[in-house]
Design a protein around this ligand. Structure first.
Ligand code: G3P
Ligand code: MG
Length: 244
């Protein structure tokens, strides 16, 4: 089960900041997830479309200038980072899931990833996701080498079929909605299932027993210590978990 640090390691440091990414790496997270908005010529790493919750600024992120955003405190004196800064910090040490929050981000993010691939980053260390499936479809069209993950919060009538149709590598399902039928259907379609967000130890254990392929967690250390204490899953173990 893959451990993906949610917004870095937001249980330990201000979300989506370089401090949070550094913490996730320090804890040993093999992957980190960040949220991205295109603003004033830069790809800014922040979750909300407004500034109030995570910074000392106010208003819509996408209406601001780069210099306004950079002057803000995103928690503990951290600045809102750019995607380039996050990639420089990671420096090939972990995989990165880039979640696109606004339409019109796909071409730009594709270009950024292509530049990194040219400097010998493994394309498999990138995963671009969005709730806006048009955006990830565009990424795939721009560069079919780049893996895409379809975010969802619900159980469609035809389960994971939409993700297969998109040519997705993975489907990113909410912990509120994930169930065995959905996981089995996704696996039958050769899709990975990554679940957001597993923070409580009971949730982490429950997701592991369900056989999901990865979890996003605000506390990557909890996932890693759970995995360290568990023997690897076997097909038999997963079958019996499904029968519970
Ligand atoms: O990508 C997983 C998760 O981050 C999706 O939801 O709202 O936390 O960006 P959100
Ligand atoms: Mg996200």
């Amino acid at each position: 089960m893959l451990c993906i640090g949610h917004r870095g390691a937001m249980g330990h440091a201000p979300e989506n900041t370089l401090k949070s990414i550094a913490k996730a790496l320090e804890l040993g997270a093999p992957w980190v997830e960040v949220d991205v908005y295109p603003v004033d010529g830069h790809l800014m790493v922040i979750h909300d479309n407004r500034l109030e919750r995570t910074t000392n600024g106010s208003g819509y992120v996408w209406k601001k200038t780069f210099s306004y955003l950079r002057a803000l405190d995103a928690g503990q004196g951290e600045k809102i980072p750019t995607l380039e800064e996050v990639l420089d910090l990671i420096s090939k040490r972990a995989g990165i899931n880039i979640e696109l929050k606004l339409p019109g981000t796909a071409a730009w993010v594709t270009k950024v990833i292509q530049e990194r691939i040219r400097t010998h980053w493994d394309v498999k260390k990138f995963l671009v996701s969005s709730f806006n499936h048009h955006e990830i479809a565009a990424v795939r069209q721009f560069d079919p080498r780049i893996r895409i993950g379809a975010l969802i919060a619900g159980v469609p009538l035809d389960y994971a079929r939409f993700a297969e149709n998109l040519g997705a590598y993975s489907v990113h399902q909410s912990i509120e909605f994930v169930n065995r039928e959905f996981i089995d259907d996704a696996h039958d379609r050769n899709l990975k299932v990554f679940v957001y967000t597993a923070n409580h130890p009971e949730d982490i254990a429950r997701m592991h027993a369900l056989g999901v392929d990865g979890v996003f967690s605000n506390y990557p250390d909890r996932v890693l210590s759970f995995l360290g204490s568990k023997p690897a899953r076997t097909p038999e173990g997963l079958r019996s978990a499904k029968l519970e």
